[in-house]
Design a protein. Structure first.
Length: 323
């Protein structure tokens, strides 16, 4: 009897909440349904990572791999290319994550401190616009700028008596081209979050600092930065989860047989083995869905561990975390 009372009171509380805010819960149905249909239900397909799946077999018909459920995972970890793929992915992702975190923060601080309103809006518009340009167009623009024969940079170098430089063929240039083109494309969009966080800082703090004689740089250092550190840490934690996802589409656009030693990452390896696609410097062949599912699941598992670790570290350091 005693245990039945808390259940009834809980159900009554839920009923009152639903009746009170029924409009909000109706709106919530759409995003919840989207997440369930496109994020949770497809997780059933991860079963093939542990099976000897063939193309003609259904999801539940494929038997567990005869050499063990974790055969594909051991095969991936024992692959001679594993460390090359892992190193390229980590270097590219960490490089992009660090630059992609600092640059929007710096842009937001600059925009927030601009005095001329028209110039401020122009800067925001110019930096935000590349977000709406596709990666294919971005790479095409870079080809027009850095191309060997038609690129503006190489034509300028040749006119000054220097040799032409094939930026896209040099393995060492791939990471810089990839990361900084991504910054150009998404910097303005990512800065919007920091600009919104800066708008929430109490103006009285700045007014008091001005009265005390603080310069603009000191106000940025002692007021603006501490005010957006929680937002910065949350975004850093979220980006850590995708540290092994380099973005296969953009990598493939930059990839060619000459820079393959630096541009072959786990995501492109998934395309090569999972879909049987031949990539520059790669093989192709028959699709290996089970093997690709195991590689993708390994990426997700490592990302989950990193998110948990960084979230715990963030809570100890700044008392800010996702949960």
């Amino acid at each position: 009897m005693d245990s039945a009372k808390p259940k009834k009171s809980f159900l009554k509380a839920v009923q009152r909440e639903l009746l009170k805010n029924w409009q909000l819960y109706i709106l919530l149905i759409i995003p919840v349904t989207y997440v369930i249909v496109f994020s949770y239900i497809p997780m059933a397909g991860l079963r093939i990572a542990f099976t000897n799946h063939r193309l003609a077999q259904g999801l539940w018909e494929a038997p567990i791999h005869p050499e063990g459920a974790f055969h594909h995972f051991r095969q991936f970890l024992g692959n001679p290319r594993f460390w090359e793929l892992f190193n390229n992915t980590i270097i590219l992702s960490v490089y992009g994550m660090v630059v992609g975190a600092i640059m929007p923060l710096a842009l937001a601080l600059v925009v927030n401190n601009l005095v001329i309103l028209r110039f401020k809006k122009t800067v925001q518009m110019v930096t935000y616009a590349p977000h709406f340009i596709s990666s294919v167009v971005i790479v095409g623009i870079l080809v027009q700028i850095f191309g060997v024969r038609t690129g503006f940079i190489n034509n300028a170098l040749f006119a000054m008596g220097f040799d032409r430089i094939d930026f896209f063929a040099r393995p060492g240039m791939f990471r810089h081209m990839f990361v900084w083109s991504g910054v150009w494309q998404s910097n303005g969009f990512n800065a919007v979050i920091y600009i919104a966080a800066l708008a929430g800082i109490d103006p009285q703090l700045h007014e008091a600092a001005v009265v005390d004689g603080a310069s603009r740089l000191k106000r940025i250092w002692h007021i603006d930065l501490p005010g957006i550190i929680p937002t910065f840490m949350i975004l850093l934690i979220l980006s850590t989860g995708s540290i092994l996802n380099s973005g296969a589409a953009r990598v493939l656009l930059f990839q060619n047989p000459l820079n393959i030693s630096h541009s072959r990452v786990i995501d492109t390896y998934l395309f090569e083995r999972g879909l049987g696609m031949g990539i520059p410097g790669g093989g192709g062949g028959m699709p290996q869905f089970a093997y690709a599912a195991a590689v993708g699941l390994s990426q997700s598992a490592i990302g989950l561990v990193l998110v948990l670790a960084v979230n715990k570290f963030s809570k100890k350091l700044t008392e800010t975390g996702l949960w």
